[in-house]
Design a protein around this ligand. Sequence first.
Ligand code: PGA
Length: 232
Amino acid sequence: MAKIVFANWKKRIKTEAEAVDLARATDAKNIVLLPPHEFLREVGAVVTHAELGVQDHAPDAFVSGARYTLIGHADRRALGDTDSIIAEKLTLAVYDGLIPVLCVGESRAERDAGQAHGILRHQIKEGFSRLGRLGIDNPAVYVAYEPVWAISAGADAERCSRETAAHRIAYLKEQLLHLGCGVKAKYLYGGSVTSKNAKEYLDTKDIDGLLVGAASVNVEELKTIWHSASKS
Ligand code: PGA
């Protein structure tokens, strides 16, 4: 079955013309485009196969055509999104009818101190802690494992191995059940995914798709990643 690819453009696309061109060139099923918020409507107007998402909670996301929202991305956590803010944003997103993508991941220092599992457990427990208020049975969510040390790491930097990604995602799956988070979750891997390494992650049973940053604004890169995902 085809796996899903989330294209997190971040702020890399600067103009509406660039956004529309990139969207047209990468419009395909099982791709979720996450443009900068200011281009959401324009991108939505030109795609027919790809779905849309926002890079962070936004009250107008659903009416602007988005189906997904990232929550708790490392960039947002670095800008001050606390556990409490993340739990609130996630709950609001589900209330608005969106599918949240809760991003979790340990820093390099946390990994080196042997704290990765504790951090992941804490982040999912807190992230989903307020959902119960909505009274929705098992809402659909994605959990993206994005080790902070592997995000936009550059060509020569250390990369998260397929084994580590698989191991951490298996742990997240087990904990989500154990903690009784009450969600129907799918799992993504993100962190320096490129056309060269995408297949390794996609071949991992527990990984349902990829969250791609830098490579997602390069048409050829994204198309190659998408091809691998559609054959997975
Ligand atoms: P990257 O970004 O693919 O450039 O590492 C991933 C992300 O931040 O979502």
